[in-house]
Ligand binder design. Structure first.
Ligand SMILES: [Zn+2]
Length: 204
């Protein structure tokens, strides 16, 4: 795997590729969900890597990353709406609204739903700013810019503060996640190439 180019979406991760199933996930996958026997890493016919497979019935517990759908609502004045996180991880730090894609909705629906739940704003998702791999967390974060079409910004349990920042005033040292930092940089590159941003705080 390492011989293939990691691409732009690899900027947001510090972990090397090819490390297999992260220990923190494997340690929670001990038993077959089909028959209850033990799972073991082993070579399975037809697979190109060791899989967590049932020792009894052969069921394979595939481990794949989850999708996190996030949104940067943009005001008519060109400001970027961020939330101060009310929950861990990174409680008290700034990020964009977003969350895990549910299995019964589209990405567009998730973007609207998460923004609504966390900010009280109704948005119309627009261009994809980028997508960002985070091997540390076994997620891929999608970041959309969005037009605000309704609602009223208000604090929620998940967001203790909802605030629009002028691009010049982005609170870089207080940004919660590497994926947020990279998405903000990518958005600025597209819409405010005149602005500089600090190199720091890209590693979380
Ligand atoms: Zn089994």
């Amino acid at each position: 795997m390492d011989e293939f180019d990691r691409g732009r979406d690899g900027r947001s991760t510090d972990l090397a590729s090819g490390g297999g199933v992260p220990h923190w996930i494997a340690s929670s996958l001990n038993f077959c969900s089909r028959c209850g026997s033990s799972l073991q890493f082993r070579l399975v016919d037809g697979e190109d890597r060791e899989r967590l497979a049932c020792t009894d019935c052969g069921h394979i517990a595939y481990v794949n990353p989850r999708l996190v759908v996030t949104v940067f609502p943009i005001t008519e004045a060109g400001e970027i709406v961020l939330i101060r996180r009310g929950i861990e991880p990174r409680m008290g730090w700034w990020a964009q609204p977003g969350g895990f894609l549910e299995v019964d909705e589209t990405v567009n629906q998730a973007a609207i739903r998460e923004t609504w739940e966390e900010t009280g704003l109704l948005v119309e998702p627009g261009e994809l700013i980028g997508l960002y791999t985070r091997l540390e967390a076994a997620v891929v974060t999608l970041a959309f810019e969005a037009r605000i079409v309704g609602g009223t910004a208000a604090p929620t349990p998940e967001a203790t503060e909802v605030r629009a920042f002028a691009p010049e005033d982005i609170p870089w040292p207080g940004i919660a996640f590497a994926t947020t930092t990279w998405a903000l940089r990518d958005w600025l590159e597209l819409h405010r190439p005149d602005l500089d941003w600090p190199e720091e705080n890209a590693g979380r």
